[in-house]
Ligand binder design. Structure first.
Ligand code: PLP
Length: 263
């Protein structure tokens, strides 16, 4: 019998919000998974009424609805790697932590807190639950500078601040921290506490729409890790991919244009 090559295609999952404008959240994640040739599945946490100018309303799902989506997929398909984006509420964060443990998922956390164009995507009381219950379960977290500052409790304005913040975040029990540099000097910083090493992935600023860039980066990391690339190779590929997605962004809407992961 000939082997079906699709049998080797990694299957990954995004646990995140939807964006009615088609820019961020699961729209960005699923497009990115497709671009990397992995099969993407999704568990929606919150439905956002949103366009390129901002988030108008959010409708958080019940934690049981999130659990049911994860159960449905994991009872049928072999998911090794998953990522989280917008988690909305403390109850959803707790449920996701339970599901990650139950299904032994290798997790990438994009610690989504607020939308760039405005709008809270994680309730205030959910932040401590994310820090205490979910972050210690992840393999990699990919905060941008402002998210790293919030998680670490210090302002992150320079590359040296990012190093300090990465150490503090790793102390929460995370295996690898990548502070993405769109807001610093365009370099990304990888910190691996096991070997106490910092690696800088250099880059240059590019112009274009950036809505969904954090989602796209963490989805690309997840896809590359599922394809068994090393952490550093995954980070380089994810960075290159986001730069191209920003350069290809389309001027849809009147606000910040969405990245274009599919070319
Ligand atoms: N997830 C959802 C559902 C969002 O609406 C947003 C931003 O609006 C994000 C995540 C974060 O987007 P970004 O990738 O730009 O950080």
């Amino acid at each position: 019998m000939t082997e079906n090559p699709l049998a080797k295609t990694p299957i990954v999952m995004t646990i995140a919000g939807s964006d009615s404008g088609g820019g961020a959240g699961i729209a960005a994640d699923l497009k990115t998974f497709a671009a990397f040739g992995v099969h993407g599945t999704c568990a929606i946490t919150s439905v956002t009424a949103q366009n390129t100018r901002g988030v108008l309303e959010t409708f958080d799902l019940a934690p049981g609805a999130v659990a049911s989506q994860i159960e449905a997929v994991c009872s049928d398909m072999k998911i090794e790697w998953a990522k989280t984006g917008m988690l909305a509420s403390a109850e959803i964060v707790k449920e996701v932590a339970k599901q990650v443990k139950k299904h032994g998922l290798s997790l990438v956390i994009d610690p989504v807190i607020a939308a760039e164009a405005g709008g809270d995507l994680l309730r205030k009381e959910a932040l401590s639950v994310l820090i205490e219950e979910l972050l210690p379960l992840c393999k990699v977290t990919t905060p941008n500078a402002s998210e790293a500052g919030i998680l670490a409790g210090i302002p992150v304005k320079t590359f040296e601040d990012a190093k300090l913040a990465a150490r503090k975040i790793a102390d929460l029990g995370v295996e690898a921290v990548i502070v993405t540099g769109g807001h610093l000097d365009a370099s990304d910083l990888i910190y691996e506490p096991a070997s106490d090493t910092f690696t800088r992935i250099s880059g240059t600023f590019v112009s274009g729409g950036t809505h969904g860039s954090g989602c796209t980066y963490s989805a690309a990391m997840t896809a590359c890790l599922a394809r068994e690339d090393s952490l550093e190779t995954s980070a380089k590929k994810a960075k290159d991919f986001v730069v191209q997605a920003i350069q290809r962004s389309m001027p849809v809407g009147r606000g910040v244009g969405p990245v274009n992961p599919l070319g």
